[in-house]
Structures are given as structure tokens and as C-alpha cells.
Design a binder for this molecule. Structure first.
Ligand SMILES: *Cc1c(COP(=O)(O)O)cnc(C)c1O
Length: 609
């Protein structure tokens, strides 16, 4: 077997059990995780080629693997079922998907379909999300939760009540004390009794970048005293029987299970107190935060890594909930999680092609320059020596001269130390040539979290991984932004090992950003009018005797679509430009065809494939 260079990108760390390098040197997708047999593996390069040749699609592409999505959902449910079985927990797990994490119709509909036998539900945080969740759950289990979070006005609350009246298992989660009044008014106006939850603002905090919504000063939810005040208010209104759920969300990408444990213990304490006040309760909703190991280190020491998998997470949650409910003599609640990132990240891969690679001008200094800088700083060695000698000689006398000398020498030493470190770094950098790979990509539109919060994703070529990548490259996108580049990679490197484009010949060089299924697609905006990618589903067909088929889910916006968003009128524009060309005596059928093509295809560049 040939060498496999997947290790350069730690694919075994973050990719397992879904991604590996196959014997052709291509990334292969194991659509059922560890249960995938070799005939079920999908060669990613083959899928990309099929999409661009048979469907005539342009880059960038997002390939979605619904089988992987299903596997994630199954794995999460199995993890909770096992933890419940082995700890003697007497209730069950019933999760929801927070639609803000990926609002795309196919993703939400797939999760509802795959999750029907788990009574898997949805979480909405706004009116449009509630609409799409209701629509999707028409095909779900009638028991599935429809959790309504976020700031609520009369219309939001009324819509949630209408949803309840037509037999969606809707729960309105109160995030502010005032929302009780809105709920009471809407409920009276519609004659529908709500099912309510309360969002707790825990003292347990999530230390990472994504944890800013938790803690005493967090933005959302009610502190302990406010929780009981709301319960009292509901009691006075004769509505305490409506209170059935306690929710918290301490932010995304929780790094360790000890933080999860402590959050669940704290929340279960409040839950039990609500039971003791007389609320029926029944469900503890632990929010999101189930993390992804983007760098594959399992270290939990940065936002890029978590130190646990589904099993450890589920077991921490179940044990903590059991411990505190037992201590309080309260029946074990149904456990609900709103896991978003962990469910959808893996199933979606962003693919783009390299247009060119050019050597980057080196900004490091020449060795002659380095030496002259060093000379400058160290000064004349004879003077340095004399200074040192006189400082030592006068050290027992506490005279000022020696102190001043010593002080100067110290400063000198520190400067030399700093310079030598800088020099070492520069020497290192000077040794390697780096390349700017120009990619059919808009970083801002396609991986906005990298652009905005420097979230790193695993990035690697999806083929040629049996050949040694000989160059170090940064990825430069098509936009004119100085930020339109990827120059930070998992593991701390500022370049990525890449193949020289000549190595791949005329067949194209394709790079994938992995684990990109969460948050990126809905955050992406229309920067520089480049817009979104083409969306493709890769569906396995081995049960029909095939391998896979590609289905185009949505074409990325064309230039005309993009211009319309900014209130330009493409029809009028084309007409006016044509008039101008006629006046100039240069109006030809070829020009018309060209204009039409540019208006009505995606703004990305056509690759050679
Ligand atoms: C964003 C969000 C989630 C999803 O969090 P993940 O870390 O992606 O699982 C869940 N619940 C609420 C209330 C959220 O705001």
C-alpha cells in the first residue's frame, strides 16, 4: 500500500469514524461511522466529480451526507439510552434540534424524519423558526417537543399557543419575568392553556469563547430567586400546573464533562425546588453545548477541542441529574438536550478548487541584515565586557554606580534575549517558501465563523493524499478583503501542506473544509456579492445495488440574484448597458450572450474541471 499523508492533517483525530484516506489517496466518507462496510464508503473525489460533470455545477460546493446526519442522531440517542440503562435512571431522553444551527429545509426535515421513532423535536428561537419548525414537525412524532425560546412578543406567543391547540407538543420557555404577562394575555385571548418552561441562568459558566451567555451576568434567563418568583406568580394566576420544564443553555462547545456535570447538578437543584413548590415539571432541558473536537486532540484546552464524546457527555448528564433528584426525593426528569453543533457539523463539507498558486514574497530579512542588527544591539563587546567587570567589582559597595551598571546590563540582556528569539523565528521563516493558493471561495460568505471569530475547521486536499504535499500554502479567496484569506490552521500552523498544482495536472485541485455543517450556512451573507455555494446531497444507493447518487438541493445565487438583494434591477441594467453598446456601435450577439451569462451564473470563477 502507498503512503498515506492524511496524518499531516490529523484526519484520524478529528475525522474518526467518518473520514479517512482510501487506497486511491482520496478522502472517503464512512457514512455509517464504525458500522460502515467498505462497499458503503463514498469516495469524496468521485462525488465531487459527479456533481460537477453530471450536474454541471460550479465551485464552491457544499456536499451534504444525510446518512452521516442520521448516524450522528442515532449515536446521540444510543449514548443516552445506554447511560440511562447503566445508571438505573428511571426516565428517558428526548432531544430537540435547535434550528438556528442549520435552518436549511432538508437538514431540519431529515432530522425530524430520522428522529421520529425517538420522538425527536425542534427548538425555535424566533417567529420564522417557529413557522418552519411547525411545518417540519407535521411529519414528526406527535410527542416530539417543540421548544420555543428567545425573546417573545404577542405574535410569537400566540403562534406557539396556536401550535399547541393543533396538537404540537409546544413548550413556551420564559426567559424574562415580563414574558409571563404576555403569555397570560395571549392565552386568555385565544382560550388556549400553555405548557411553560423557565430558562435558568446558571452560576456555572462555560469558560470558552462560546460561553458568554452563561453566568450571573449572562444575557438570557432567570437567576434562581427570579425562577421561584415566576413560579409564585404563576401560582397566583392559577397557572402553576402549566410549568413543566426547566431549561438552561450555558453556551456552545463546552470543553469538559466536569462543567456539564456541574451545570446539570445546579439546574436539577432548581428543578427539584420547583417540584417542591408544587409545579408538575417533568422535563429538564439542558440546552446545547455538546462539543466537537475540531482539532482532534481531545484536550478540551481550547475552543477547538472537547475532551469527551457522546458517551461521556450522556453519562455525565444522566449521573448528575440522577444524583441531585435522588438527594431531593424527586422523580427523575425526562432529559432533553438541544444539541446542534454536534449533530450537524460532520454531515456537510465545503469544497472549492484552486485557481492558481503563486510564490509569496518573503518578508524575512537577509542574513547580512540580521547580523548587522545584532551588532547594533550588542554594541562593542569590549565596552560590554568593561561594564560587566566594573559592575561585579563594585557589587559589595552599595554605591549607585554599580546599581546603574547592573540595571543597564539587565536591560541589555533582556533586549538581546528578545532579539535572538526574533532572529530564530525569522531564520526559520526565511528557510521556507510559502505559496498563496487562490481559491474559488469567499471566506466571509462560506465560513463566516472563521472570518468573524477565527473558528478553525479542518482543511485539507480531498485527493492526492498518497503523494507527498511539497508546498506550504495559505488560502486566498476571491474577494478584495484583506481578511479574505485562511492563514490559521488547526494545530497552530499558519500554512497548510499542499501539492504543487502541476502535480494534479489539468484535472483540478480540490480542497475541503470539514465539520462545517453547523452555523456556517445560515450565517453566511452576501459579501462582495459572491453569495452562497451550490448545495448537493450525496445519497447512498447501495441498498439499490449502486454506490451513491448526487441530488442538487439548491443552486447558489447567480449574479442577478445577488444584485437584486441590493436593489439593483438586472433587467434594466442589461437593457441600459445594451443601449450604451449600441450607441458606441459595438453591440453584437456575442456581447449579449456574454452579458446574459455573467448575469445569470454564479459570481464565482469557472474552474477548469
Ligand atoms: C445555540 C443554541 C443551542 C445550540 O447549541 P450547540 O452548542 O450548537 O449545541 C441550543 N440551545 C439554545 C438556546 C441556543 O441558543
Amino acid at each position: 500500500m502507498s503512503t498515506n499523508y492524511g496524518y499531516l492533517y490529523n484526519i484520524a483525530g478529528w475525522g474518526d469514524p467518518y473520514f479517512a484516506v482510501n487506497s486511491s489517496g482520496n478522502v472517503s466518507v464512512k457514512i455509517h461511522g464504525v458500522e460502515t462496510n467498505p462497499t458503503q464508503e463514498i469516495d469524496l473525489l468521485a462525488a465531487v466529480k459527479k456533481a460537477i460533470t453530471t450536474k454541471n455545477l460550479q465551485f464552491p460546493l457544499i456536499l451534504r451526507f444525510p446518512d452521516v446526519l442520521k448516524h450522528r442522531l442515532d449515536a446521540l440517542n444510543v449514548a443516552f439510552a445506554n447511560a440511562i440503562k447503566y445508571t438505573g435512571y428511571t426516565s428517558h431522553y428526548q432531544g430537540v434540534f435547535p434550528v438556528k444551527v442549520n435552518q436549511n429545509k432538508h437538514v431540519v426535515d431529515d432530522l425530524v424524519k430520522f428522529g421520529k421513532h425517538y420522538s425527536f423535536g425542534l427548538e425555535a428561537g424566533s417567529k420564522p423558526e417557529l413557522l418552519l419548525a411547525m411545518h417540519s414537525l407535521i411529519n414528526g412524532s406527535p410527542k416530539a417537543y417543540l421548544v420555543c425560546n428567545g425573546y417573545k412578543d404577542m405574535d410569537y406567543v400566540s403562534l406557539a399557543l396556536v401550535a399547541r391547540s393543533i396538537n404540537f407538543n409546544t413548550i413556551i420557555v420564559l426567559e424574562l419575568e415580563d414574558e409571563v404577562d404576555t403569555v397570560v394575555r395571549a392565552s386568555q385571548a385565544l382560550g388556549v392553556r400553555p405548557v411553560l418552561g423557565i430558562r435558568a441562568r446558571l452560576l456555572t459558566t462555560n469558560p470558552g469563547h462560546f460561553g458568554s451567555t452563561s453566568g450571573k451576568h449572562g444575557k438570557f434567563g432567570l437567576l434562581e430567586a427570579q425562577i421561584y418568583a415566576v413560579a409564585e406568580k404563576l401560582k397566583e394566576l392559577n397557572m402553576l400546573d402549566c410549568l413543566k420544564l426547566l431549561h438552561f443553555h450555558i453556551g456552545s462547545q463546552i470543553p469538559t464533562t466536569s462543567i456539564i456535570s456541574s451545570a446539570v447538578r445546579e439546574a436539577t437543584g432548581y428543578y427539584c425546588n420547583l417540584v417542591n413548590i408544587g409545579a408538575p415539571m417533568g422535563t429538564l432541558d439542558i440546552g446545547g453545548g455538546l462539543g466537537i473536537d475540531y482539532d482532534g486532540t481531545r484536550s478540551g484546552s481550547s475552543d477547538m477541542s472537547v475532551a469527551y464524546g457522546f458517551e461521556e457527555y450522556a453519562s455525565a448528564v444522566v449521573q448528575a441529574a440522577r444524583l441531585v433528584s435522588d438527594q431531593n426525593g424527586v422523580a427523575h426528569p425526562v432529559l432533553c438536550s438541544e444539541s446542534g453543533r454536534a449533530l450537524v457539523s460532520h454531515h456537510s463539507i465545503l469544497i472549492y478548487d484552486a485557481l492558481s498558486a503563486v510564490e509569496e514574497p518573503s518578508d524575512s530579512v537577509t542574513s547580512a541584515e540580521l547580523i548587522s542588527r545584532l551588532d547594533e544591539l550588542v554594541g562593542n563587546p569590549t565596552t560590554l565586557h568593561a561594564n560587566l567587570k566594573s559592575a561585579i567589582q563594585s557589587q559589595d559597595g552599595s554605591n549607585n554606580t554599580s546599581l546603574t551598571h547592573a540595571d543597564q546590563l539587565k536591560k541589555h540582556g533582556v533586549e538581546i534575549f528578545k532579539l535572538s528569539r526574533r532572529l530564530a523565528k525569522q531564520l526559520e521563516a526565511a528557510e521556507e517558501t510559502t505559496y498563496a493558493y487562490h481559491m474559488n471561495l469567499s471566506v466571509f460568505s462560506l465560513t463566516p465563523d472563521f472570518w468573524g471569530i477565527k473558528q478553525l475547521f479542518p482543511i485539507l486536499p480531498i485527493h492526492q493524499l498518497n503523494e507527498k504535499p511539497t508546498q506550504k500554502g495559505r488560502l486566498i479567496d476571491l474577494t478584495c478583503d484583506s481578511d479574505g484569506k485562511v492563514d490559521q490552521f488547526i494545530g497552530g500552523a499558519q500554512t497548510l501542506p499542499l501539492h504543487a498544482l502541476e502535480q494534479s495536472g489539468s484535472s483540478g485541485y480540490y480542497i475541503g473544509t470539514f465539520l462545517a455543517g453547523a452555523y456556517q450556512e445560515s450565517l453566511g451573507s452576501r459579501h462582495n456579492l459572491f453569495g452562497g455555494p451550490n448545495l448537493v446531497r450525496v445519497e447512498s444507493t447501495y441498498s439499490l445495488g449502486g454506490t451513491f447518487r448526487v441530488v442538487v438541493v439548491g443552486a447558489g445565487p447567480n449574479a442577478a440574484d445577488q444584485l437584486k438583494v441590493m436593489h439593483h434591477d438586472p433587467v434594466e441594467m442589461l437593457h441600459a448597458i445594451a443601449e450604451r453598446a449600441k450607441e458606441a456601435g459595438h453591440w453584437t450577439p456575442t456581447a449579449l450572450q456574454l452579458l446574459k451569462r455573467v448575469f445569470y451564473t454564479m459570481p464565482y470563477l469557472f474552474g477548469e474541471a
